[in-house]
Design a protein around this ligand. Sequence first.
Ligand code: R5P
Length: 274
Amino acid sequence: MVNAYLDIGIQSRMNRIINSKDNRVVMLAIDHPYFQGPTTGLRNMSNTITTLLPYCDCLMTTRGAVRSNIAPEDVGSKPIMLRVTGGNSVLFDELSDEKLTVTIKEAIRMDAAGVAVSVYIGSANQQQTIINLTEMINHADEYGIPVLAVTAVGKNMARNLRYLSLASRICQDAGARIIKTYYCEEFSKLVDAVAPTPVVVAGGKYSSPPDALQMAYNSVQAGAVGVDFGRNIFQDDNPIGMIKGICAIVHENHTVKEALDIYNAYLPDACKLD
Ligand code: R5P
């Protein structure tokens, strides 16, 4: 089908990021050290990436991780969603003070399939982060690179439909090609509010395999094209079982129970979950 709204470069890269057969994606978020340092599960980041890369559709990560933590033989095996904003750390309370940290030329040189920009709507640095997004879109559009907007949520913001829809709609209006946001009640209304822009759901803090699988299930049932989970995969004791369970939900419409059976298949009997 001809899509008059996308140019060929954008379409080609979107097809690498989101599987064009089922219009779904399991993106693996391993970009946390850009502000958290060596967080749990990423102390040996090369090992984590090598272990999980074969099972994801796309890796969301940073320039440093691509340079230092992807084995040479794995480079190019999966599309990279390259984080291009940063500038703060967990040592400061206010995390919204981000700027663009990677140029579009560098993203092209690294063969990124897309670039990711965080926006902090309602924060002290709201305008700066929206301008980061629009500036990167201005550059990326010139070269046919899709921009994923992350609706980062500050400490004082509620993760509810009203806030997340507002933030997501602003990202769409700026020209983002994919929106990453958090799951909330009545999530299908958020998806409708930004349609036809695809939405992926962030995982958030580590919870539990049943809860994370349930969130993945609820997200795609509500119309998300998939998930972009990090800690709920790489901080789990059974990360391969976890990502395979998520893939079954996202790509094969499996139930949470079926996905949990897949998860359990990678565990010894004594450790299996109900
Ligand atoms: C969000 O701003 C960053 O991309 C995070 O590092 C990522 O969303 C974290 O993923 P998760 O919350 O699933 O660990």
